[in-house]
Design a binder for this molecule. Structure first.
Ligand code: PDD
Length: 299
């Protein structure tokens, strides 16, 4: 049951209702912190180590000290999954700057707040996975790297939220966010790939995209399938002329985009390469990672 969820909070496991933080937490007050979204598939915490590495890189990038080693925090994540007895789940791992006085100065916060939530999530309906998503390019541009680097998975998601809101206002399911130079960067919470003549293309992260774990899994699967992947800038012109477009993310997983800015992509239905990638991805996610339930424990 939902109310029975265990939350890891600063070294202790608390029931959902007792898992509270101070209103003086600087993650709450100023979005000062970093986070990860991680999925559990049949008890396997998919590519957990890769997520942990990215979390610590994001934290280092914003001068935020995490009061655990990567291995210690990784173990707490696995234990929180185990305590919740969920074979299939979504993990939200949050590191905020911690409690401090009003005022931005991060030095005023003594120690980070560390939170691990394990729960269920559904970003898109099954119908949208079957039928494909409509997307629009939105007016809101992606943060520029020398303002707030999109490589940092920070608690600052207003750039992403505004993009998502603009897509929904336009009656679309997801936003495609352009860089200030008009290049395609990514979705509001997912990376983007296009397929043209059996070649996959995805924007280089320096344009303004999170270095996605799922994005990397597509690179690995494409290599096994003998599909070339090119990381190179592209624009709406390339999207409109693509054979297929799909988005990747821990929450979104892999979802086809069949219409962009009112224009059908390819045949206007999920394409064959996207489908092959989904099939292979489903096999990969149950084995590549860290098991939260040792073989002898049957959940
Ligand atoms: N994060 N780009 C952005 C801006 C994202 O927020 C996300 C995913 C991705 C995909 O990255 P990954 O494959 O590592 O999940 C790209 C949301 C919160 C999620 O899907 O969990």
């Amino acid at each position: 049951m939902e109310s029975e969820r265990w939350v890891f909070l600063n070294g202790e496991y608390k029931r959902k209702a007792e898992a509270t933080i101070s209103v003086f937490d600087h993650g709450f007050l100023y979005g000062d912190g970093v986070f990860e979204g991680i999925r559990v598939y049949s008890g396997n915490v998919f590519r957990l180590h890769e997520h942990m590495v990215r979390l610590y890189e994001s934290a280092k990038s914003i001068l935020l000290d995490i009061p655990y080693t990567l291995e210690e925090l990784e173990a707490y994540v696995v234990e929180t999954v185990r305590k919740n007895q969920l074979l299939d789940a979504y993990i939200r791992l949050i590191v905020s700057r911690g409690d401090g006085p009003l005022g931005l100065d991060p030095a005023e916060c003594e120690i980070a707040n560390i939170i691990v939530i394990v729960d269920k999530i559904r970003i898109y309906s099954q119908e949208l996975y079957d039928r494909g998503l409509t997307a629009v390019t939105v007016p809101t541009r992606r943060n520029i790297p020398d303002a707030l680097n999109p490589r940092v998975k920070s608690l600052n998601y207003l750039n992403n939220i505004l993009a998502k809101a603009e897509a929904k206002q336009a009656g679309a399911g997801e936003a495609i966010i352009l860089s200030s130079d008009g290049y395609v960067t990514e979705g509001s919470s997912d990376n983007i790939f296009i397929v043209k003549d059996d070649i996959l293309y995805t924007p280089p992260c320096y344009l303004g995209a999170l270095k996605g774990i799922t994005r990397q899994a597509i690179f690995d699967i494409a290599e096994e399938l003998g599909l070339p992947v090119k990381e190179e800038p592209f624009t709406r012109h390339d999207i409109f002329n693509a054979d297929e477009v799909f988005l990747t993310g821990t929450g979104a997983e892999i979802i086809s985009v069949v219409q962009v800015d009112g224009r059908p992509i390819g045949e206007g239905v999920p394409g064959p390469i996207s489908k092959d990638l989904v099939t292979q991805f489903r096999k990969l996610v149950t084995v590549d990672g860290i098991s939260a339930f040792p073989a002898e424990v049957k959940v």
